[in-house]
Design a protein around this ligand. Structure first.
Ligand SMILES: NC(=O)c1ccc[n+]([C@@H]2O[C@H](COP(=O)([O-])OP(=O)(O)OC[C@H]3O[C@@H](n4cnc5c(N)ncnc54)[C@H](O)[C@@H]3O)[C@@H](O)[C@H]2O)c1
Length: 560
């Protein structure tokens, strides 16, 4: 077994790691030393020479050089990471899977005090306010460290070593709850979010244990139930917990008031109580409907999301928007209801058809266009492999959802970006475009989706068309530079998104847009891409909108 020690500088990773390795006759790897050896320079010299970005490249190579995780039950290798190694999602992918990550946590004041006395120079913690610097690092990195088992680093080295031995023993003997790997864990203003692989049952069970509820009420639909729900229910039933199942119809049909009424009556028959959470297992449609059920049953009960489609993992399970459709329009009845926890398990994606994976990338391109350069680059290099299920550059095709960590990184980048945007403007009140920025590509996207009767295009496919439209409107208004426009449209084309002209009439698209406009007091607010983000405009000429909208439709004679 490999033990991986993570935590802020000064938390004692080297001291604890050396002692632990010594006691087990195991190898000890200090990643910073590995980097210094490979570069033939000290960390400070590396920072001075090639800056933090250059250092992170060397760090990535050092992590990769660790190779496969050791599968033996005894502790055979102890790896102490540099404090920032876990910022990179691919490093966490390589470091946490199949290994035992342990977080040595400490108060910034104590760590800063220790660092002042340490002979080691830490390039990121120089300057006049070490406590402030350590606090900032702690805030920025906690979600990455918290994926590991937490130990208080204030304890004696020997005590910490013994605690790690207990954790290793729990894993060895199989008494530990999870066999998967957590990559990110955070308590946010909009609920707990956990991202990992093979984690769903253990993480949901942990939330139920915290709530002391002996019963698990799973709300799902036939597709997600067969792919994920059934196995999850088996996992939740261990230890004597009762599992109840409520199945809604598959797909958009779940989002009907009559379905909510029937499901509520099932809850009544189960005598579901106020403190009992509903566990929503499914994609975006299921999550919207089950979320609305949780928001309204007994005037609101806790909700746990287990999103099982890529759209739900990167987007819909985050942000608290729940609701159902009416014949007059989509999502017209709903409520904001934040989940207690969102358990994002990328293993759930293994069975997801390519069309659904690809469609979700429409939302991912949108997130990249909002200003995530790294996400742009990864979609350009790995996007098609993610859509086909090949796992991304360097990853062999796998039965699991991911080979190289590309899917995990994609999900984390999109999901966390949404957490940050929504936490800052939960109800979309910020007129300067807080949460509203997430509507990039959605104005005409919704209109195309509606013109197709919400059955023809998948949501992400429609967003991709809407994104092309927003780019073209932005170009003509002079807010989207030519190179940015070419990059966004080029990426959509390489992902084979929004490529074929749509067989709808312009009238049907404009009628749907007019409905959206009615809800916005007559002034549609257009989110348009800029060189590195977005602007919001409410004065886009209708003539321009019509011309751009028509440009994505098939010639009139072919229209349906
Ligand atoms: N609330 C929000 O913020 C928000 C954001 C975006 C989209 N949405 C909504 O999300 C919905 C679209 O999302 P969706 O496509 O995930 O919907 P979905 O729930 O209908 O799932 C799509 C299909 O995938 C199947 N499926 C689910 N998990 C699977 C798995 N692991 N393996 C194989 N098949 C699986 C389902 O049975 C279904 O047929 C729309 O209703 C849209 O309005 C909501």
């Amino acid at each position: 077994m490999d033990v991986v020690l993570v935590g802020l500088p000064g938390s004692g990773k080297s001291a604890v790691g050396r002692r632990l390795a010594h006691r087990h006759d195991a190898a000890f790897v200090d990643l910073d030393e590995t980097i210094e050896r490979a570069a033939g320079r000290t960390i400070s010299d590396i920072f001075a020479g090639v800056g933090e970005a250059g250092f992170r490249d060397l760090e990535r190579a050092a992590v990769a050089s660790l190779g496969q995780a050791d599968g033996e039950p005894s502790i055979r290798r102890v790896i102490a990471t540099g404090g920032g190694a876990v910022i990179d999602p691919r490093n966490r992918w390589a470091l946490y899977r199949g290994r035992l990550p342990v977080w040595l946590d400490g108060r910034p004041e104590v760590l800063a005090q220790r660092l002042r006395r340490s002979p080691t120079v830490r390039p990121l913690i120089t300057g006049r306010d070490p406590i402030g610097t350590v606090r900032t690092l702690a805030r920025d990195r906690e979600r990455f460290y918290a994926a590991g088992r937490r130990l208080n680093s204030a304890a004696e080295v020997n005590t910490l070593v013994e605690r790690i031995e207990e954790l290793a023993e729990a894993r060895r003997s199989g008494t530990e709850a999870t066999t998967g790997a957590v990559f990110l864990r955070a308590d946010t203003p909009i609920g707990q979010i956990v991202i990992g692989e093979g984690i769903a049952a253990a993480e949901v069970a942990a939330v139920l244990d915290r709530l002391a509820t002996p019963r698990a009420i799973v709300v799902s639909e036939p597709g997600a139930w067969a792919a994920v729900g059934e196995a999850l229910a088996v996992g939740l039933a261990t230890g004597g917990r009762t599992v109840e199942r409520i199945l809604l119809p598959q797909g958009e049909d779940a989002k009907r008031l009559s379905v909510i009424e029937e499901a509520s009556r099932q809850l009544a028959r189960l005598r579901a109580e106020r403190r009992e959470p509903l566990i929503a297992v499914g994609g975006g449609a299921l999550g919207d409907a089950a979320g609305f059920l949780a928001a309204t049953w007994l005037r609101g009960v806790p909700l746990i999301h287990v999103p099982t489609t890529l759209v739900a993992q990167v987007d819909s399970s985050i942000g608290g928007k729940t609701g159902v459709d009416l014949p007059e329009g989509k999502n017209l009845v709903g409520a904001f209801h934040q989940p207690l926890a969102d358990v994002i398990d990328i293993a759930a994606l293994a069975t997801l058809p390519e069309r659904h994976r690809r469609a979700a990338l429409g939302e991912a391109v949108k997130m990249a266009a909002l200003g995530d350069e790294r996400l742009f680059e990864m979609l350009e290099s790995d996007g098609d492999a993610i859509a086909t299920g090949a796992g991304g550059r360097g990853g062999a095709t796998t039965v699991a959802a991911d080979g190289s960590g590309a899917v995990a990184e994609l999900v984390e980048r999109c999901a966390w970006a949404k957490v940050e945007v929504v936490s800052a403007d939960e109800r979309e009140h910020d007129p300067a475009g807080g949460r509203m920025r997430l509507n990039l590509g959605h104005s005409l996207g919704h209109a195309y989706e509606a013109a197709g009767g919400f059955r023809d295009l998948l949501h992400g496919e429609a967003v991709a068309y809407g994104l092309r439209a927003a780019v073209r409107i932005g170009r003509e208004l002079g807010v989207t530079p030519a190179d940015r426009a070419a990059r966004i449209e080029g990426l959509l084309s390489s992902l084979r998104l929004a490529v074929a002209p749509l067989p709808y009439s312009l009238e049907s698209v404009l009628a749907a847009l007019a409905t959206d406009k009615k809800h916005a007091a007559g002034r549609l607010r257009w989110v348009l891409p800029t060189a590195d983000g977005i602007v919001i405009r409410d004065n886009v000429p209708s003539e321009l909108v019509e011309r751009v909208a028509a440009g994505l439709l098939a010639p009139v004679g072919n229209a349906a």
